[in-house]
Design a protein around this ligand. Structure first.
Ligand code: ATP
Ligand code: MG
Length: 245
């Protein structure tokens, strides 16, 4: 299934008169893997929530595969059938095993149990966690939980994956693994993926980068992409602050 085409036209969003996004226009082609950067409070989460139909914009249009997301009164079906969300704090249910968490969207979509079991196994295998199907989130590492959250986001076979700082609490190695996983998902499924992150290592994996500054969204020039990887060892390696966007 090809990824979604996203078209945003003259989008404005304000909370109680405080304008966060001002007259923003951009588009994302099917199957593109795009970074969303910008300082804290610039509106990354706001934009992802608008694109995901979790909130409605103050003004402007959001078209995803021709669906007018800005105008949807009940976006439940759009969210279930088109979008997969990955949140910073994974939002796994603590009382459910990894496999049960992955199955949740399929329960909501009334997928029969046998098919759910099979798909959940495949998805956990895809994120390299087939051995942890029966583990509760509390017994998984942060990176493993995020991978379960990605498997869960994939359960509805989304055409559009929206990830909001999916590596917020992870170290460099676990972060790199998440980026590689998202790149592999794009390769395998052709999904369109938009990832908000402060972590500059993401830029080595994306096609494009969009930056939010002062309510505007601008294309980051290609020359700013792909900073060189940090040296594995070196005299000052441990003193250096992680690269931030
Ligand atoms: N529900 C809300 N009600 C009022 N103001 C809000 C709401 N959600 C976000 N805001 C405000 O909108 C602005 C953008 O917030 P947003 O969470 O989108 O930023 P962000 O770029 O995701 O930041 P971070 O990098 O810290 O996650 C902030 O000033 C925030 O206080
Ligand atoms: Mg945010």
């Amino acid at each position: 299934m090809p990824g979604s085409r996203v078209e945003v036209e003259r989008l404005t969003h304000a909370f109680d008169g405080n304008v966060v996004l001002r007259d923003v226009s951009f588009s994302i082609e099917p199957g593109e893997l795009v970074a969303l950067t910008g300082p804290s409070g610039s509106g990354k989460t706001t934009l992802l929530q608008l694109l995901g139909g979790l909130d409605r914009p103050t003004a402007g249009r959001i078209m995803v595969d021709g669906i007018p997301v800005h105008a949807l009164r009940h976006a439940t079906r759009y969210r279930r059938e088109v979008v997969g969300f990955v949140f910073q704090l994974h939002h796994l249910l603590p009382a459910l095993t990894a496999q049960e968490n992955v199955q949740l969207p399929m329960v909501a979509a009334h997928v029969p149990r046998r098919e759910r079991d099979l798909r959940a196994h495949e998805l956990l295998d895809e994120v390299d966690l087939s051995g942890r199907a029966r583990s509760l989130p509390s017994s998984l590492s942060g990176g493993e939980r995020q991978r379960v959250a990605i498997a869960r986001a994939l359960a509805g076979q989304p055409r559009l994956i929206l990830a909001d700082e999916p590596t917020g609490s992870l170290d460099a190695a676990a972060t790199e693994r998440i980026w590689q996983l998202l790149a592999a998902v794009r390769e395998r499924h052709g999904s369109t993926i938009l990832v908000a992150s402060h972590d500059a290592s993401l830029l080595r994996h994306v096609d494009r980068s969009l930056a939010i500054r002062g309510g505007a969204v601008c294309e980051q020039p290609a020359s700013n992409l792909a900073p060189p990887p940090p040296p594995a060892t070196g005299p000052d390696h441990h003193d250096r602050a992680p690269a931030e966007l």
